[in-house]
Design a protein around this ligand. Structure first.
Ligand code: AMP
Ligand code: ZN
Ligand code: FE
Ligand code: FE
Length: 282
């Protein structure tokens, strides 16, 4: 079984539509793929329809933007109720704040570079969750940088003079909200220090006590040492581990199936969720 539990689409900052994600997952030989857009489930319906057609397994999920003590944390939610009011309130707050934050970043960039807000809007599909990758795409379209990676390296990295943060919920609260919405929560890339500051083991312990199922130990942004550290902490806290690609289409080097999760952890996700069924595939 080839199971990849973390991928983005044009519903946030991926470049594949939800249908294309599922088609590419089938092409990559995956048996199960999860759709986990940032702070949004608007890709679920299209992905589900395509998964039914292709006979591939689909975990409907989300990647919730969180923050603890000023440090960014991502919590993956799987198979929750997408209409849950309390969770939606937090997601709406994050998405609204992401919009004003992206405008703030563009204002800062515009002092030095040829970029206006409309450049960013033309990179966003429909009501997608806006993120720095869309600003990166606008800089690419303007010919300022060759690709997203260069845009992040030169201008958009966390801590850059052009950086601004956005509102995000506390990660333990996000875990409780996902659980209360009938879903299962997994902490994404817990030790990916290359992305910016990482939270302490104590914060992860709090998330475990809030009902976290697993740590995403295996992720392209982890060194082998960071993956091993995540495995050890998971064992200490009584958590499972997952492995996932965090695929963003052509927006990042991550390829579908780069990292995989076990059938046992998928079973635990399905067993722990009560709101949305797995599309089982063939
Ligand atoms: P944001 O959610 O707006 O803070 O932007 C973070 C997103 O940018 C994450 O989903 C990352 O996957 C993506 N990202 C971070 N660094 C890079 C990079 N070097 N190239 C492409 N995407 C990146
Ligand atoms: Zn992303
Ligand atoms: Fe993430
Ligand atoms: Fe992600």
């Amino acid at each position: 079984m080839r199971i990849d539990l973390h991928a983005h689409t044009t519903a946030s900052d991926g470049t594949d539509s939800p249908a294309q994600l599922v088609e590419n997952a089938a092409r990559a030989g995956l048996d199960v793929v999860a759709i986990t857009d940032h702070d949004s489930t608007t890709g679920w319906a299209e992905a589900a329809a395509t998964a039914e057609r292709h006979g591939i397994g689909l975990v409907r999920g989300i990647e919730v933007s969180c923050q603890a003590g000023g440090i960014s944390v991502h919590v993956l939610g799987y198979l929750h109720d997408p209409e849950n009011a309390e969770l939606l309130t937090e997601l709406d707050k994050a998405r609204t704040s992401r919009d004003s934050r992206a405008r703030r970043i563009v204002d800062l960039l515009a002092a030095d570079l040829p970029i206006v807000w409309d450049d960013v809007l033309s990179q966003v599909t429909g009501d997608a969750t806006i993120g720095r990758p869309h600003i990166a795409d606008a800089l690419v379209a303007r010919g300022v940088v060759p690709d997203r990676d260069a845009a992040f390296r030169d201008f958009l990295y966390t801590g850059s003079r052009y950086y601004a943060s956005h509102y995000a919920v506390d990660p333990s609260r996000a875990v409780r909200l996902i659980r209360a919405a009938g879903g299962v929560a997994v902490m994404a890339h817990p030790f990916a220090a290359k992305r910016g500051r990482i939270v302490s083991d104590e914060v992860i312990g709090d998330m475990a006590r809030a009902g976290l199922l697993a740590l995403e130990a295996h992720h392209l942004d982890h060194t082998p040492e960071q993956a091993a550290k995540a495995e050890r902490l998971a064992t200490d806290l009584g958590l499972l581990v997952t492995g996932s690609s965090d695929y963003h289409g052509s927006g990042k080097v991550n390829r579908l199936g780069d990292r995989l999760s076990s059938p046992e952890v998928l079973d635990a996700i399905v067993a722990g969720a009560s709101a949305t069924p797995l599309i089982a595939g063939r």
